[in-house]
Design a protein around this ligand. Structure first.
Ligand code: HEC
Length: 253
């Protein structure tokens, strides 16, 4: 399974799409739920009955789009967060399931127009509220994942970081093991130590932790060097804490 996910994202990288897919996809169900809710409110209060039919059709589309949106959410989670069970992920999965239940209920009750628009409004309202909270948690994932931008010489390393590390090490921290932040970690003392660590990550006591291993097929030696330079010269400089003594930047003249 992991092999297919890697191959799929590798293909996307090659055609130039290098972001998670779920955030682009998510506008479909959100927009459709909002549209259906607006239509059902009009049907309930203005008594324009044809709007109830519109609301129903839009809700059916929202239900259809639930599936690819959740699928890509799960794939992105595997690809960018290594499938780690973060609190936000648990919340998002639980809310996505609740949304599925509300959507199905709304679609079934709206079928053939037997249910009063005010009852439908309540269920559509639940869908709407769930989507808003889902969006809130999604935003937490997206905005806490911003990596600081550095001078152009570090762009290559920044890209490697964005693609592989930012999900867990946003702003040089560590969302899974907060007491082991990336910034100012002892493994950053030298490139050799760093590379050895990402190829075979370990907890301080030598046991295996939650960080996935990055083999040379995932991050080449050259990319690892660019990544190291970016972390040491950009992330560490913008994170509070005791900076390590570092060699002059490759771009300095
Ligand atoms: C799925 C989440 C995850 C991803 C992705 C991830 N890490 Fe980690 N990282 C961790 C965890 C958890 C630890 C604690 C040690 C362990 O679990 O092996 C850690 C520890 C570290 C440490 C040592 C920190 C310390 O204070 O001891 C470094 C350095 C590090 N990661 C670098 C990276 C780099 C570079 C990348 C990207 C190539 C990366 N990590 C990707 C979760 C992750």
């Amino acid at each position: 399974m992991k092999h297919y996910i890697d191959a799929f994202y590798g293909f996307l990288d090659r055609i130039g799409y290098m972001h998670p897919i779920h955030p682009a996809m998510v506008h479909m169900p959100i927009g459709l739920v909002v549209g259906a809710t607006v239509f059902i409110v009009i049907a309930a209060f203005a008594r324009f009955h044809q709007f109830r039919v519109s609301a129903h059709h839009v809700m059916v589309l929202a239900l259809i789009f639930w599936f690819p949106t959740v699928l890509f959410g799960i794939l992105d989670w595997q690809r960018y967060l290594g499938g780690a069970w973060l609190f936000v992920i648990k919340m998002k999965l639980a809310l996505a399931l609740a949304l599925l239940v509300f959507l199905v209920t709304g679609v079934v009750l709206g079928y053939r127009g037997k249910t009063a628009p005010k009852v439908l409004m309540l269920i559509y309202g639940l869908c709407f509220a769930t989507v808003v909270v889902l969006g809130y948690f999604g935003g937490q994932l997206v905005y806490s994942g911003l990596a600081p931008a550095g001078p152009p010489v570090y762009r290559a390393g920044e890209k490697v970081f964005d693609n592989n590390c930012t999900g867990c090490h946003a702003h040089g921290g560590n969302v899974i093991a907060p007491d082991l932040p990336l910034a100012h970690a002892s493994q950053l003392r030298s490139f050799e130590e760093f590379e050895q660590f990402i190829r075979n990550p370990k907890m301080p006591n030598g046991t295996a932790g939650d960080m996935p291993a990055f083999t040379a097929t995932k991050i080449s030696d050259e990319e690892a060097k660019a990544l190291y330079d970016y972390i040491v010269h950009v992330i560490e400089q913008s994170s509070p804490g005791q900076a390590l003594p570092i060699s002059p930047s490759p771009g300095a003249n």
